[in-house]
Write a protein that binds this ligand. Structure first.
Ligand SMILES: [Zn+2]
Length: 470
C-alpha cells in the first residue's frame, strides 16, 4: 500500500507554507468550510499545485459532522444595515414569513462608530456553512440548518441516499464548477479530480451512532463505486477504545479499502495505554485485512505506526496535534516549538526550560545532534541555547494596539516555528516509511534514554508497540 503524508491548509496566511513546502508532501487537504470561504484562491492554488506535481493532488474534507453539533458553532454575530437585518436573517436562516425572528438574534451595537450608526448585529449562519448545507441536504433538511442541530432521526433512507450523493458530487465538482463558464469550457475537461473522495461522517459516541454511520457508509460504498473512495471514521476516544474491533468489522464488510480516521480529542501525549493500544491495533489489524488507514489528525507519535501498518497522516500547519469536533475559540497566538525527539509541541519558553532541565542542546553542536538540525534551527541557533529564545521566541508589542501591555510573538518567530515544525514532521515521516518494527522500537528506546523528564508518553508508545511486535 502506498504511503502518504498530506498537508492541510487552514487559512489564507498558511498559503505561503504550501507554496514553499507543499510539494514535499503527498498532497493537500482542505476542510470544506474553509474552501467555501476562499474558493477562488484555493482552486487556483490546487490547480497550480496539480500542474507542478501531477502525481499529487488535493482532498476536500466535507466536514459534514458540524451539522450535528450545537448550532452556535456554525453561527456568528454579523453587522448589517438595520433596515436590511430582518430580510437578511430570514433569507439566510430560511425563516418563513409566518414565523417570528427571535428577538435575541438581533442586537444593537454597543458604542457604535460613526460608520456603524445605522447598523445592528444579527446572529446569522456563517456564509460557508449556509453554502455547504444547501449543497449537502434536501431542501427540507437544509431548512433546519442553523436553527437547530440535525439528529439521526431526521434522516429517512431516502434522505441518506440524497445526502450521500450530494456530498460526493460536492467534492467531485468543487473546483470544476468554479470554471463553469463558456470561457473555460475547454479547460473544464482537464480540471483535476480530488485524490480521494471522502464519505460523509458524523461523530460516533455510542452504538446507535455507529449503526447510523453504518447506513451512511453502506450507501456511500454502493453509490460511489470508484476505488478512490474513503470511509471516514470519526469516533469519540472513549467509545473507540472499547469498540475499535467492531468498528473495523463494520468497515471491513464494505468494498472500500481506505479509512480516514479521526479519533476525537486524541492527544497522543496524554492518552492512556489502553487508548493507545486500541489505536495501534485498529491500524495494524486494518492493514492485515488490506485496508489502509490515514490519520486525519495525526499526533507526534503517529509516525512510529508506519512500520505497524499506518499508511497515511495529515498534518496541520498552524495548530496542535489533535482536534476536538467542537472548536475552541481562538485565543492569543503563542509561538509553539515542536520538539522532535519528544514529539510534542510546547511554548518556546517552556521548551527552553525543558531543554535546560534535561541538559540538552546547550551548545549549537549539541542542539543539532539532540534537538534539531533543520535549516531553520541551523540558521537561528549559532552559538548556544540562549539563541533559541531570541530566535523562536521573538516578541514585540503589537503595532495595531499601542496600549497593549503584553508582547506577542512576531510573525517572523511564528513563521520559523511553523517551518521548523514541517521540516521535523517530514523527516519523521521519511524515516518511518522505511523503518522496520524493531527500528521504530529502538528509536523510541534511544529517545527515552535521552530525556530525564516528561517522557511517559514515549514509554507508553514503546511498550504498546513492543507488545504488538512480539
Ligand atoms: Zn529545526
Amino acid at each position: 500500500m502506498e504511503k502518504s503524508f498530506l498537508l492541510r491548509i487552514g487559512s489564507n496566511a498558511e498559503k505561503q507554507y504550501v507554496k514553499k513546502m507543499g510539494s514535499l508532501f503527498s498532497g493537500l487537504v482542505v476542510r470544506a468550510n474553509y474552501f467555501e470561504s476562499a474558493p477562488g484562491m484555493l482552486s487556483a492554488l490546487f490547480l497550480k499545485f496539480d500542474s507542478l506535481n501531477p502525481s499529487k493532488g488535493f482532498i476536500i474534507d466535507p466536514v459534514t459532522y458540524v451539522f450535528m453539533l450545537d448550532s452556535k458553532y456554525i453561527r456568528s454575530w454579523q453587522k448589517i444595515n438595520g433596515e436590511k437585518s430582518e430580510e437578511k436573517i430570514r433569507k439566510d436562516l430560511h425563516i418563513d414569513v409566518s414565523e417570528n425572528v427571535p428577538n435575541e438574534w438581533v442586537r444593537t451595537i454597543q458604542d457604535p462608530t460613526e460608520k456603524q450608526k445605522n447598523k445592528v448585529e444579527i446572529y446569522n449562519i456563517k456564509k460557508a456553512y449556509r453554502k455547504l448545507a444547501d449543497s449537502y441536504f434536501t431542501p427540507n433538511m437544509a431548512h433546519e440548518i442553523g436553527k437547530r442541530s440535525l439528529v439521526k432521526e431526521d434522516f429517512s433512507e431516502q434522505d441518506i441516499r440524497e445526502f450521500v450523493m450530494k456530498v460526493i458530487n460536492y467534492q467531485v465538482q468543487a473546483i470544476s464548477t468554479r470554471y463553469d463558464t463558456a470561457k473555460y469550457s475547454d479547460f473544464k475537461a482537464i480540471v483535476p479530480r480530488p485524490l480521494m473522495i471522502l464519505s460523509p461522517y458524523f461523530l460516533i459516541r455510542n452504538q446507535s451512532d455507529l449503526d447510523f454511520m453504518e447506513r451512511i457508509w453502506k450507501r456511500f460504498d454502493s453509490q460511489y463505486t470508484r476505488d478512490d473512495g474513503a470511509i471516514v471514521v470519526h469516533c469519540a476516544a472513549e467509545f473507540f477504545e472499547i469498540n475499535y474491533r467492531s468498528i473495523l468489522e463494520v468497515v471491513a464488510k464494505l468494498s472500500k479499502k481506505n479509512i480516514f480516521l479521526w479519533i476525537n480529542k486524541f492527544d497522543e501525549k496524554k492518552v492512556s495505554s489502553t487508548q493507545l493500544d486500541g489505536y495501534i491495533k485498529f491500524v495494524s489489524s486494518a492493514y492485515d485485512q488490506g485496508i489502509s488507514v490515514t490519520n486525519l489528525y495525526a499526533g507526534g507519535l503517529s509516525s512510529f505506526l508506519f512500520p505497524f501498518g499506518l499508511t497515511g497522516m495529515v498534518n496541520n500547519i498552524g495548530y496542535g496535534l489533535q482536534r476536538d469536533a467542537e472548536p475552541v475559540q481562538g485565543g492569543i497566538p503563542t509561538a509553539q516549538f515542536y520538539i522532535p525527539k519528544l514529539h510534542i509541541r510546547a511554548q518556546v519558553l517552556a521548551t527552553y526550560d525543558l531543554l535546560v532541565k534535561n541538559e540538552l542542546g546547550g551548545t549549537a553542536k549539541d542542539f543539532y545532534r539532540n534537538v534539531c538540525s533543520c535549516p531553520i534551527c541551523k540558521k537561528g541557533i549559532r552559538e548556544e541555547l540562549s539563541d533559541f529564545i531570541s530566535f523562536y521566541g521573538e516578541a514585540d508589542y503589537p503595532k495595531s494596539n499601542s496600549e497593549s501591555s503584553r508582547k506577542y510573538p512576531t510573525s517572523k518567530a511564528l513563521k520559523r516555528c511553523f517551518f521548523h515544525f514541517l521540516f521535523s514532521r517530514l523527516k519523521e515521516y521519511k524515516w518511518a516509511i522505511k523503518a522496520s518494527k524493531q527500528e521504530a522500537i529502538d528509536l523510541l528506546d534511544s529517545e527515552i534514554a535521552l530525556w530525564r523528564t516528561d517522557k511517559d508518553h514515549l514509554q507508553r508508545m514503546r511498550d504498546a508497540l513492543d507488545a504488538i511486535a512480539k
